[in-house]
Design a protein around this ligand. Structure first.
Ligand code: SAM
Ligand code: ZN
Length: 280
């Protein structure tokens, strides 16, 4: 893990600075003696105390996400996000925090294009196993976005959130003045041709307004761009797409097997919005 990612981390118990200990650098420790060992795959579980009530993505959901993203269907989105993030990351110690990093797919694109250092946060250890492999130089942390982030004030240049929960107060606290928050959301009509068949929720109108509303007091709206990606998908890919998102928590194996027998290709369009916000 790169040293300025570590320098930005704070102990979740006492808020003291964390340092990497020991030759193999596999333990994060604060001065008060709170210790966090790396998992075998290299991520750190900083969640302490009672487990969260949130239902984390399962290993199978994460595997579906990995297969789908790795096939490159959303590479147009990775590139657009990385370009949007590049501006504030143009300095040697630049740091980006990816909230709900999942398999680390989008953080990887941002780090590749900018040369910045990353912090990836997710509540699913199955997701972080992959993220830690893909972004080995980043700090990959099991953490709940609804809790105060284990990150110092004003330490981060860019926060990215791709289809994941948003905690505006905490994002504002960790971002430096002049830093930016970049949020990717689906737009109405996103994957419309397959949503109905797969139990995926439709995207309601007014989502953009609600996003802007939730940022009020913390962020000012900046550039917002839309991106449409036409897709031609096999039955298996449709099943992966259904399983990798929130609907995955409710789909059963039988239903998935049935989806995978769809005779492909199915034609649909992914519709995204990339919204930038500046600290207010
Ligand atoms: C739809 S996935 C998106 C993952 C990744 N950004 C991507 O687009 O590939 C949502 C992610 O948010 C994570 N997540 C959901 N609630 C969370 C929370 N309260 N704290 C941290 N991560 C959370 C899930 O584990 C999952 O990896
Ligand atoms: Zn501590």
């Amino acid at each position: 893990m790169l040293s300025h990612a570590v320098a930005a981390l704070r102990c979740p118990v006492c808020q003291g600075r964390l340092q990497l200990r020991e030759v193999q650098q596999r333990t994060l420790a604060c001065e008060a003696g709170h210790l966090f060992d790396a998992a075998k795959q290299g991520y750190f579980n900083l969640l302490t105390g009672k487990g969260t009530v949130f239902e984390a993505d399962s290993a199978d959901m994460v595997a579906a996400r990995h297969r789908f993203l790795d096939a490159g269907h959303y590479s147009g989105l990775s590139q657009a996000l990385a370009s949007a993030a590049a501006g504030p990351l143009h300095h040697p110690d630049a740091l980006v925090l990816d909230a709900g990093t999942g398999t680390g797919h989008y953080l990887h694109a941002v780090l590749q294009m900018s040369g910045a250092t990353g912090i990836g946060v997710d509540i699913s250890k199955f997701a972080l196993r992959r993220a830690a492999r893909l972004n080995a130089q980043a700090a990959n942390l099991v953490w709940d976005i609804w809790r105060p982030l284990p990150v110092a004030d004003n330490a981060v240049d860019v926060v990215t959130v791709v289809f994941a929960p948003r905690n505006p107060a905490e994002f504002a606290r960790v971002l430096r003045p002049g830093g930016s928050l970049i949020v990717v959301t689906p737009r109405p009509g996103h994957l419309a041709e397959i949503a109905a068949r797969t139990g995926m929720l439709g995207i309601e109108e007014g989502k953009e307004e609600r996003l802007a509303e939730s940022m009020k007091g913390y962020f000012d709206p900046g550039v917002s761009q839309i991106l449409d990606l036409p897709l031609l998908l096999s039955g298996q890919e449709v099943a992966d797409l259904a399983y990798m998102g929130p609907a995955g928590h409710h789909l059963h194996r039988g239903e998935l097997a049935e989806l995978a027998t769809f005779k492909g290709p199915v034609s649909t369009t992914a519709k995204f919005r990339i919204s930038e916000f500046a600290a207010a």
